[in-house]
Unconditional design. Structure first.
Lengths: 165, 374, 378
């Protein structure tokens, strides 16, 4: 009976504490900068074109094969009178978000830092009525970086923090 | 033949219909309020917020639920027994309705003041078990059948301590009329003279309502809702409504029989406002404790449940009847009753605490350094 | 043993046993587990478990993946303790590839594994509380604490459940700068959470009456069934891989192996409860000894290749011994991978533990061995 009374007192004490649940759709918790939602492509603001050169590295490294990449000659390249140093550039890019398992490998293998994991709430709130709508094309993948919606955090792989503590 | 309702002289049949409509209306609203209250209070016990989206503070949540339930398809499994299955909700629902008849909500505010009100209440309150068994049997589902059988066993076991603790009150009040019982407590509520009976009554009502820790028939984690497992839509909501209606009935009865109803401590001539306040506070307290227990205590097992009723509660309530009889016959002072009741409570608490084998050793740090098994 | 429903009764009043099907869609089967109970009244006469509803072929899939890609799949074999599952895998790869893990990475791994043990045990406490029949309260308490730990994991690795944070050789990237303070914060709320549970359940008479003496399994039988983790320690076998075959930094840490005596549901519950205290103790020691340093070896090969050979690495996951048997024929992917699942072995003893108990007990016996179906089926 003492134990039952103790149980009752515990629940009474939580009755007086503040609720711990968050009113989710109305209140969005601030996400840490390392948050990994789905991968998206980054926009090179200096030259005004995507970083991605369509080198297929991420496509080959993806464990679930959710990416499709096509490259083309860069019309903006210096040889064509443009101001970009990229000879090749991304033509078409699809990522099937429904297949992606968010393992971060595409970010790690990218030699151009052209792909990053979305760390905003837009990357999480992706419910759609048709799973075909989760296949993102190049425009959808670039738009958030283009408007500057994502926080920059590129993982420094395998290296300690500078101050380390 | 005319009756008076709110001061109007009206035909008996019309009067009956009006009172019936009144119960249905008021009871539905109160049950919906209780459902909302339970969800909010339980949420607070668990550090949640509870319903909040429908209306201000989620007040319309029960209305939304009701609309959804009424709109749902009324399913019946093909193999179910049609008559048993479809009639079962009524057999649960109607006896609970009947229980309202003799309850003294406020002074002279009741459906019909019966001279044998307590007896009547005891009689109708145990009928709804037929509906539970029908629902369990008619659903053609094994979970439902186990649940129905458990409900029957439980109701029969706990009806006895419940009735015996009410008998004690009737002995003390010298009347079965609930109005007389309330008036008998104008100075001191019976809970002071009969603490043991009150505790036994409280435990038995929890079992009667199939509330935790006695929610064995509906045990969500074992038999997945028990007799209700195949019901949906309006029929399921009838069970639900019946559950909360009986919660309201039993809270009112507890307030009236043990806690002094509308008369203690302000007396009954201070007007309806005070009486409403008193009844609201007393039954609200009862309801709050029921929710509180639900949030804190694990479910008993069926054999422990039966054993607790037959081996602990029943002998203690029989002893209580004997003691009250002695005190009444030999006209001993009422304090003897309190003393006996407290003694009984101590016995109850110690027997309940004895359920745990305190001699066993709890797990602790290993004394050997290497495992023998490796 | 299994009753045949078609059997014709010889006498008019002969009774038949009833078969009830629990799961795969039952609130208390902790996922998609199915068991068919043969009951006589309220007493369980026989239990036939069915598994395989969640089989995804993770082991076979990993044989087509290189070592880095496989980590994500290991997360998904045990989603409640993904750090521990990753750990076995990367340790197997390290053993084959001959990598030396730097100190700092090992300390961080130890901290994260113990935090994950805490979060997993909280999950157990919550689910077990519901099995025993408290309406939701322990579950919300458990999630309250688990949420704090998961938030911390999210700040470190970026994901809440499928971390993919341990890599062959060390860690993917370093922990944030405020790591120590954050862990201490989490431990503070964790201690409060454990205390809440202790008061809510452990002392409660009804809880004790429900769990004591239920689902007994003797030490010999537990060893015979190959049980491991808290489930076998509750039977009195002090088997803990952390102490018997120390990996990571466990050899330098001071902690107790919690051992029960009675081998029943209550001991399995309380062993886990005490283990959480031990985990807190371990994490505190680790935090004191965590020094700046490298998190991957200096000479990390750019292309990870394993030497031919085979290796079996076992670690102490929250549910028991999580082992990885990996065969390599050289190259960057395993030739064969087998996961030794603690849940599967523990689950095998289910029948022995729940026969001749009540239906309600069969449910809590299943809850007490704390299965994760994705680990059972893989």
């Amino acid at each position: 009976m003492k134990g039952i009374a103790k149980s009752l007192m515990v629940t009474l004490s939580t009755f007086t504490r503040k609720p711990v649940t968050r009113d989710y759709p109305n209140y969005h918790r601030e996400l840490p900068e390392r948050d990994r939602a789905f991968p998206l492509l980054l926009w090179d603001k200096e030259i005004d074109e995507p970083f991605c050169t369509g080198c297929h590295a991420c496509e080959r490294a993806c464990p679930v094969e959710c990416m499709t990449v096509l490259m083309k000659d860069n019309p903006n390249h210096k040889s064509n009178g443009g101001d970009s140093s990229r000879r090749k550039i991304i033509d078409k890019f699809w990522i099937d978000y429904a297949r992606c398992m968010r393992c971060n490998i595409c970010v790690e293998v990218c030699n151009f830092d052209a792909i990053a994991m979305n760390n905003t709430w837009q990357g999480h709130e992706l419910s759609v009525h048709d799973r075909k709508d989760l296949v993102m094309d190049l425009e959808q993948l670039l738009v958030q970086s283009h408007v500057g919606a994502i926080k920059e955090w590129v993982p420094v792989l395998g290296q300690s923090n500078e101050t380390n503590e | 033949m005319n009756n008076s309702l709110f001061g109007f002289e009206i035909n008996v049949w019309f009067d009956g219909l009006a009172r019936l409509g009144l119960i249905v209306g008021v009871m539905t609203v109160v049950a919906m309020g209780l459902i909302y209250g339970e969800r909010k209070i339980l949420a607070r016990f668990q550090q949640r917020i509870g319903p909040q989206k429908t209306g201000p503070f989620g007040l319309l949540q029960s209305v939304a639920d009701a609309i959804k339930l009424v709109g749902k398809e009324d399913l019946r499994p093909t193999a179910a027994d049609p008559w048993t299955f479809e009639l079962a909700p009524y057999f649960v629902f109607i006896p609970i309705f009947l229980g309202f008849v003799s309850l003294p909500f406020l002074l002279d505010v009741n459906i019909r003041l019966l001279e044998l009100g307590l007896l009547y209440f005891i009689a109708v309150s145990s009928v709804n078990i037929v509906g539970w068994v029908m629902a369990g049997w008619g659903s053609d589902n094994r979970y439902a059948m186990i649940g129905g059988m458990r409900a029957a066993a439980q109701a029969i076991s706990y009806e006895l301590p419940l009735v015996l603790s009410l008998v004690v009150v009737a002995m003390l009040a010298g009347s079965l009329n609930l109005k007389d019982i309330v008036e008998g407590q104008a100075v001191v509520p019976y809970v002071v003279w009969l603490p043991l009976a009150f505790v036994i009554f409280f435990i038995s009502t929890l079992a009667e309502m199939n509330r935790p820790p006695f929610d064995i028939p509906i045990g969500e984690s074992e038999v997945v809702g028990g007799p209700f497992v195949e019901y949906s839509g309006i029929r399921w909501s009838m069970f639900m409504l019946g559950e909360y209606a009986s919660l309201w009935i039993l809270s009112t009865l507890t307030a009236a029989v043990f806690l002094g109803g509308y008369s203690w401590p302000f007396g009954e001539d201070l007007g309806k406002g005070y009486q409403l306040l008193l009844m609201g506070a007393k039954s609200g307290l009862y309801i709050f404790v029921v929710f509180w227990v639900r949030a804190s205590i694990p479910r008993l097992r069926i054999d422990q449940l039966m054993a607790y009723s037959w081996k602990v509660l029943l002998p203690l309530s029989l002893a209580q009847v004997l003691v009250v009889g002695f005190v009444r016959v030999y006209e001993l002072p009422d304090v003897v009753l309190t003393a006996a009741g407290i003694l009984g409570l101590v016995a109850l608490v110690s027997i309940t605490g004895r359920a745990v084998a305190s001699t066993r050793r709890l797990p602790g740090a290993a004394r050997t350094m290497r495992s023998e098994a490796a | 043993m299994v009753a045949s429903p078609q059997a014709t009764p010889e006498h008019e009043f002969e009774t038949q046993d009833l078969l009830i099907n629990v799961g795969p869609q039952h609130p208390s089967t902790h996922g998609v587990f199915r068991m068919v109970l043969t009951i006589d009244g309220e007493v369980v006469k026989d239990v036939v478990p069915y598994i395989g509803y969640l089989h995804r072929g993770a082991e076979k899939l990993c044989e087509t993946m290189d070592f880095r890609q496989g980590i994500g799949f290991m997360d998904r074999t045990e989603y409640l303790a993904a750090h521990n599952a990753e750990l076995s895998y990367v340790m197997a790869v390290e053993a084959l590839a001959g990598l030396e893990v730097p100190e700092r990475a090992q300390w961080i791994r130890t901290i994260l594994c113990e935090l994950n043990r805490l979060s997993s045990h909280f999950m157990f406490l919550g689910a077990f509380g519901i099995d025993v029949g408290v309406f939701g309260t322990p579950f919300i308490y458990a999630w309250r604490e688990r949420e704090a730990i998961i938030d911390l994991f999210e700040e470190i690795s970026g994901d809440r459940m499928m971390y993919a944070y341990f890599r062959p050789g060390g860690l993917a990237w370093d922990v944030p700068l405020n790591f120590k303070e954050r862990v201490r914060e989490v431990l503070k709320s964790t201690r409060q959470g454990i205390r809440d549970f202790d008061e809510l359940l452990t002392q409660n008479e009804i809880f004790r009456a429900r769990t004591e003496g239920i689902g007994y399994i003797s030490a010999e039988d537990a060893i015979d069934w190959g049980m491991s983790g808290p489930s076998i320690r509750a039977s009195g076998v002090p088997l803990d891989v952390r102490r018997d075959e120390p990996y990571l930094k466990y050899a330098e840490l001071d902690f107790d192996v919690i051992v029960g005596e009675n081998g029943d549901v209550f001991d399995r519950y309380y062993c886990r409860m005490l283990e959480m205290h031990e985990s807190v103790k371990i994490i505190e020691q680790c935090l004191e000894r965590l020094q700046p340093g490298l998190i991957v070896p200096d000479k990390m090969p750019r292309m990870l290749r394993a030497a031919p050979g085979e290796v079996y690495i076992r670690t102490e996951a929250p549910r028991g011994e999580y082992g990885i048997y990996m065969v390599s024929k050289g190259g960057n992917r395993p030739y064969r991978l087998k996961v030794r699942s603690a849940c599967l072995s523990n689950l095998q003893a289910l029948r022995q533990m729940s026969v001749d108990q009540y239906i309600a007990d069969a449910i809590i016996v299943l809850g007490s061995i704390d299965i994760v179906l994705s680990e059972v089926d893989r």
